[in-house]
Design a protein around this ligand. Structure first.
Ligand SMILES: C[S@@+](CC[C@H](N)C(=O)[O-])C[C@H]1O[C@@H](n2cnc3c(N)ncnc32)[C@H](O)[C@@H]1O
Ligand SMILES: [Zn+2]
Length: 401
């Protein structure tokens, strides 16, 4: 085989066999040091992408033309072609010539030259070339290093009305309130360092997407979101409809969070009046926003993903539980509580999570877990009620000792 300038190894993922840069077993994985990108940790991300694409089609949508504009070694695009066989064409693209060479080899290796195209261009140029009538994609999967924002406009313009946009964001320091200037710059939003910052991260990216889409008269329908490993991922239908775009803008707003009693409240609107101290305890509050305050999951889409999961073999073993959790939380109140944070603040031992769920249910409150955090719970009980429940259970536990 022609020398590509670095060592290759043959790997498999899903139904694809593919070449990727060889990993020495002792190497710590550092993506930015690679000549061409392949990150095995992102396998779950790609598995879900395949499930989402199949569910999109199964829900009766046309899913013929698919784009992988930041394709790296091309494993994602190759998997789309093999694992979503209804596709007519996948266009892969990357700016890195070595990535493009590897994509070519991987397309040939899987005998997909008839249906998978390989392009070398800036992703915005590539997507813009598909922004005209008849050339638009049904599904675009944006999987950048860091933030997807610089590709949003061209991705939206390259999608047909009713198309599906998937995006990854790995810039969690900006989205979780560690680098607030970066969050303002990229997303024109304020993040908060709270226990539910990963959910806020999803909502910040959605805010940016809603604003970007509205100017092209697209409204959005988020069908699936998840936070896994070191990234977040969104799946959003773009609906070409003025009224839907306006409706989505009305779902934007702010979240007030109390750092003392964990109270939180949301306020819709561009410039709503928000409290500057906690209305419950008078404590210091933080403000996050603008963020998307609407739903971030669609139950019927996730159920379809569950059905697709039963059909496909060899996907990530975390998937059944992830989908089950997102079904549970799809219509639950926004933001979640993390029990350890609460007990740390109250300076009490941690009661069993199941006891907290039971106690809240007995009091008539809704309570569900969240995939965002293993110790997280969403409830319509106030932070005051939750604290009282946790204090009561903790006191019982101490007496029982
Ligand atoms: C995170 S990797 C993609 C990984 C791939 N989607 C996968 O699942 O394995 C991001 C890729 O974007 C490419 N890239 C970065 N900036 C780009 C640009 N402006 N236009 C096109 N490709 C770009 C990089 O060369 C890299 O291969
Ligand atoms: Zn408070």
């Amino acid at each position: 085989m022609k020398d590509i300038g670095f060592q290759l190894e043959l790997l498999t993922e899903g139904k694809a066999s593919f070449y990727a840069p060889r990993e020495s077993e002792s190497d710590v994985y550092i993506p930015s040091t690679k000549t061409v990108f392949y990150n095995p940790v992102m396998r779950l991300n790609r598995d879900i992408s395949v499930l989402a694409l199949r569910s999109f089609r199964q829900a009766g949508n046309r899913a013929s033309l698919v784009a992988d504009p930041l394709a790296g070694c091309g494993v994602r695009g190759v998997r789309f072609a093999l694992e979503a066989p209804f596709i007519d064409r996948v266009e892969m693209n990357d700016l890195n010539p070595l990535a493009v060479e590897l994509q070519r080899r991987n397309v040939a290796l899987n005998s997909l030259s008839e249906i998978v195209g390989v392009n070398r261009s800036d992703a915005n140029v590539f997507l813009s070339a598909h922004s005209g009538p008849g050339r638009r994609f049904d599904f675009v999967d944006l999987d950048p290093f860091g933030s997807p924002v610089r590709f949003l406009d061209s991705a939206i313009r390259s999608l047909r009305g009713g198309g599906l946009l998937a995006l990854t964001a790995t810039d969690m320091a900006a989205l979780c309130g560690v680098h607030s200037a970066a969050c303002r710059r990229k997303y024109f939003s304020t993040a908060l360092r709270t226990e539910y910052c990963h959910e806020l991260a999803v909502r910040i990216v959605l805010n940016t997407l809603v604003v970007a889409a509205a100017k092209y008269e697209f409204g959005v329908l988020p069908v699936f979101s998840h936070s896994s490993d070191h990234y977040i991922r969104l799946y959003v239908l773009l609906i070409l409809n003025l009224r839907k775009a306006d409706e989505c803008l009305r779902e934007l707003g702010y979240l007030v969070h109390c750092f003392s009693c964990f109270h939180r409240e949301s306020h819709r609107g561009f410039s709503p009046s928000v409290p500057d101290v906690c209305p419950m305890c008078g404590g210091r509050v933080g403000l996050s926003g603008p963020i998307w305050l609407g739903r971030i999951f669609d139950q019927s889409f996730i159920k379809q993903m569950q059905r697709q999961l039963l059909i496909l073999d060899g996907l990530d073993p975390r998937l059944p539980r992830l989908l089950e959790l997102t079904i549970l939380e799809h219509d639950a109140p926004i933001t979640y509580y993390v029990i350890d944070r609460l007990t740390d603040r109250l300076n009490i031992p941690i009661p069993k999570t199941v006891e907290i769920f039971d106690a809240l249910s007995e009091l008539g409150y809704r309570v569900v877990p969240t995939h965002f955090h293993p110790k997280g719970l969403r409830t319509d009980a106030s932070s005051k009620v939750l604290s009282e429940v946790v204090l009561g259970l903790s006191a019982k536990k101490s007496v029982g000792k």
